[in-house]
Design a protein around this ligand. Structure first.
Ligand code: OKP
Ligand code: ZN
Length: 346
């Protein structure tokens, strides 16, 4: 399996996120990817590749131009406000919430942050744009590596993650939607129908939003019930898609505390839907925060269970792009991701 590894992911290193009235240390750290890389190499589970230049045309078919412009310039604007900002992360503090207008475009930077961010837990740092862009290139290149049909699977090993980022918003540690970019690249490389299967503990709200009205990309997500779990405001079972995309979104929420049995039952439901949809290629949005030891999630999967996930997903028999999403039990993160790859390739 070719593994497109983001060589500049360290450039994105958030210091703090807002949590229950305090700024706490970020969970989404550079060390995460280092653990995965070490374990994959130790087990000989793939060949590393560097991404090429990002295809900005493809990015613009998934993300809004003003949003991309904002991400590209926000750090410079932040520094221009105050040179002391160099030592601080960018976090929003005001939003166009209830009763306020979303259609105005205030020049004020805080106001712009509130238009594009949906939480106060996703710090932007000096290297966020560089890292996110290289990650997007990993996802696109991993998809294109399958296009020839010569290979069964490829991986985008990157951070920051992507599945919470929508066409024109960020949050949940995500800025560019790598899985959506991979799906779009597969479509443009000739797959008529593509499925995105999101197994991260948190609902992939950004991916759902991006494809919600499209019939050519099926989005399926298995996740903690949003009535108690992040991102709270999307991810319910009654969200089925809209317009031409009606029936092309499937949410399989499970109660916090769920173990591997209900989780694997939901996976079978997901796989059956992907089969009947007639997907010709698959993107696996691979978060391993369903692991019992995960510090911010509440399923109870064990490390061995990730082998079975890889086996079941491989049984679809589809060309597959694995895209790294969440997983925060840093020491076990490498083992859990490597187990999925091992199960997939077994
Ligand atoms: C990103 B991904 C913890 C609060 C949780 C956001 C979680 C984002 C998860 N103090 N805040 O889906 O793994
Ligand atoms: Zn997650």
């Amino acid at each position: 399996m070719l593994i497109f590894h983001n060589p500049v992911h360290h450039a994105h290193s958030g210091r703090q996120e807002m949590y229950r009235g305090r700024l706490v240390d970020c969970h989404e750290t550079p060390a995460r990817l280092d653990y995965v890389l070490v374990e994959l190499m130790r087990r000989g589970l793939g060949q590393l590749r560097l991404p090429g230049a990002p295809d900005m045309g493809l990015l613009l078919r998934i993300h809004d131009p003003d949003y991309l412009g904002f991400l590209a310039t926000v750090w410079a604007e932040w520094l221009a406000l105050d040179p002391a900002h160099a030592a601080l992360d960018v976090l929003p503090s005001v939003w166009p919430g209830a009763g306020l207008r979303r259609d105005v475009r205030p020049r004020n930077l805080s106001a712009q942050l509130g238009r594009y961010a949906f939480d106060a837990g996703s710090p932007i740092t000096a290297g966020t744009w560089e890292a996110a862009l290289a990650g997007a290139a990993c996802a696109i290149d991993a998809a294109r590596a399958l296009a020839s049909g010569a290979r069964r699977a490829s991986m985008a090993l990157t951070r920051p993650p992507g599945h919470h980022a929508g066409s024109d918003f960020y949050g949940g540690y995500c800025f560019l939607n790598n899985a959506a970019l991979a799906a779009q690249a597969l479509r443009e490389a000739g797959a008529t129908r593509v499925a995105v299967l999101d197994v991260d503990y948190h609902h992939g709200n950004g991916t759902q939003q991006i494809f919600y009205e499209r019939a050519d990309v099926l989005t399926v997500s298995i996740h903690g019930d949003p009535s108690t779990e992040y991102p709270f405001y999307l991810g319910y079972a009654d969200e089925a898609g809209a317009g031409a995309g009606l029936g092309c979104n499937l949410n399989l929420p499970l109660p916090a505390g769920s173990g591997v049995e209900p989780w694997l039952a939901a996976l079978q439901t997901a796989l059956a839907r992907i089969r009947t949809f007639g997907a010709e290629a698959l993107v696996l949005a691979l978060g391993v925060d369903s692991f019992e030891g995960d510090p911010i999630s509440r399923f109870t999967l064990q490390s061995e269970d990730f082998l079975r996930i890889g086996q079941h997903v491989a049984a679809l028999g589809l060309p597959t792009v694995l895209v790294m999403e969440g997983g925060y039990a840093v020491a076990e993160l490498g083992i859990n991701v490597a187990n999925v790859l091992e199960g997939f390739t077994a």
